[in-house]
Design a protein around this ligand. Structure first.
Ligand SMILES: Cc1cc2nc3c(=O)[nH]c(=O)nc-3n(C[C@H](O)[C@H](O)[C@H](O)COP(=O)(O)O)c2cc1C
Length: 480
């Protein structure tokens, strides 16, 4: 059995509830999505023990998520250990679980740009758009936005009691929202703490004047060690505590996440770090997690398309043909991941990214959708079908924008068909009429706001379609 080495979790002596909530969430997600792997977990304090492990080429390495990618917490040495892990295992898939990024020094940033430029097997996940943009534009490795894993936790059941008052969760370390410039200056002189305390007191007094029923307490720091035995209870106690309030005011990232999970309205006291890791109620963070495994195995080459690839793309466009006779070969799941990735990367009107995909694999499902839409397939069924859906609740109010549904899904279909072709697979577009849409959606419990625009059938085929030249005469006019 291959292994997942999961390195860098915070030990029980770290009392940050947010950090431990990540451990809990990641543990659950690995159990759900990677049950075919043996998971070996290492605390930050056990990194040296990890380096003694016999890591095989098929093993995956996951570096724990955190808010300290860069040099903000340079003194802990963790960023250097992270780089050592990445450097030591260049041939293994290494996934840096979602991080927030902060560089204070240009020199450190420049050095990292060089370090990360050739890490072809590294998937670096950032938990804010800003961090993603920064690294994507400067690092050569694959960088993706992915929400903090705590968003995947199932919120506790609503307690039923009436919500009252305001919970104020403020930090008092160097990520504090309070006068960051002053912090830094005082930091250098080594007299930060007392000043920090005074500013904290002033702020708290002001909050109490404005919010009479304010309860000021940094719930995100535990008063006891958090171990495997009490982690779940500690986190769920905190979540239940959030549920008692009408409003949360916080400068903590996980303060916002806990408010989001418990559906408690929240206000952000903007600070140096918090500004970089926004949490928006409008984003459906939990929906990302279903695609986590696909992402881990996706193509990581981040290099831009070269001119030689350009000519290959035209070649693929010309060689693709719809296939309706399939053989029995199975489509490899890695290939499906790449095809879905191509769909996800399609352009979308107003950048709404509302096209969604559902893959069907079982013979029963394939038979069902084929009988409904393409009865002529009968004995020769494709191996996979991708339902291409559009979340119409994302559309703006203007009626004319309804055409985005068809335009966006067509872009995704085309991308997917071309990548299928590049992987030696065959494909066929399947239209879906209104009745068929109703039947298929009902069968899979797909919500009313989704339009089932079409389906993509995928499989292997022994057919050799004729590739005769196509209607160049359709180019009506060309200005020279
Ligand atoms: C919007 C659209 C809907 C289509 N619907 C179907 C369909 O329901 N069943 C099918 O077998 N092919 C379908 N096709 C495939 C076309 O029949 C096919 O693209 C066309 O005959 C040209 O052949 P080629 O794909 O081999 O180039 C569809 C294609 C498009 C673009």
């Amino acid at each position: 059995m291959s292994k997942i080495f999961w390195i860098g979790c915070f030990p029980p002596s770290s009392h940050s509830v947010g950090d431990h909530a990540q451990t809990l969430a990641i543990e659950r997600l690995l159990g759900e999505h990677f049950s075919d792997y043996e998971v070996k977990r290492f605390y930050r304090t056990e990194a040296e023990e990890f380096f003694l492990e016999d890591v095989k080429s098929d093993d995956l390495i996951f570096i724990h998520s955190s808010g300290d990618f860069g040099d903000l917490y340079k003194h802990t040495g963790w960023h250097e250990i992270r780089k050592r892990i990445i450097e030591t295992y260049p041939n293994n898939r290494v996934v840096q679980l979602p991080v927030s990024v902060c560089y204070k020094s240009n020199a450190n940033f420049e050095a990292d740009k060089i370090f990360f430029s050739d890490k072809r097997n590294l998937l670096l996940l950032c938990r804010s758009e800003e961090s993603t943009e920064l690294l994507r534009n400067n690092f050569g490795c694959r960088v993706e936005f992915f929400p903090d894993f705590v968003f995947s936790l199932k919120p506790p059941k609503p307690s039923g009691c009436v919500r009252r008052g305001t919970l104020v969760v403020l930090r008092s370390d160097k990520e504090s929202s309070i006068r960051p410039q002053l912090h830094r200056r005082l930091d250098r002189r080594g007299v930060r703490k007392p000043f920090n305390l005074i500013f904290n007191l002033i702020l708290k007094k002001r909050i109490r004047t404005r919010f009479q029923s304010a309860f000021i307490c940094d719930t995100q720091v535990s008063e006891h060690d958090i171990t495997d035995a009490n982690r779940e209870k500690t986190i769920y106690d905190r979540l239940e505590f959030f549920q008692r309030f009408e409003l949360v005011i916080t400068d903590r990232f996980h303060g916002c996440v806990f408010a989001y999970l418990t559906k408690t309205p929240f206000e952000v006291v903007s600070g140096k770090i918090q500004n970089k890791t926004k949490v928006s109620l409008a984003v459906d963070y939990p929906s990302y997690f279903k695609g986590f495994r696909e992402l881990v195995f996706s193509e990581l080459d981040a290099s831009p398309v070269s001119s030689s690839k350009e000519s290959t793309i035209l070649g693929l466009i010309k060689s693709r043909r719809s296939i309706r006779k399939w053989n029995n070969s199975k489509v490899e799941s890695e290939k499906i991941s790449k095809i879905l990735e191509a769909g996800v990367y399609a352009p979308s009107a107003a950048n709404l990214q509302a096209t969604k995909f559902k893959v069907l694999s079982s013979r029963k499902d394939i038979k069902f959708v084929c009988q409904n839409t393409s009865p002529w397939f009968k004995n020769s069924l494709p191996d996979k079908a991708v339902l291409v859906l559009y979340d119409s609740s994302s559309l703006p109010r203007e009626k004319w924008t309804e055409r985005f549904v068809w335009q966006d899904t067509a872009c995704a279909m085309m991308n997917m068909m071309l990548v299928a072709e590049s992987l030696g697979l065959k494909s066929c577009w399947a239209s879906v009429n209104l009745n068929q849409e109703k039947t298929i959606k009902a069968n899979y419990g797909i919500g009313k706001h989704y339009v089932l625009a079409c389906m993509l059938f995928l499989g292997y085929s022994d057919q050799k379609p004729s590739l005769k030249s196509r209607h160049q005469g359709r180019i009506l006019e060309r200005h020279r």
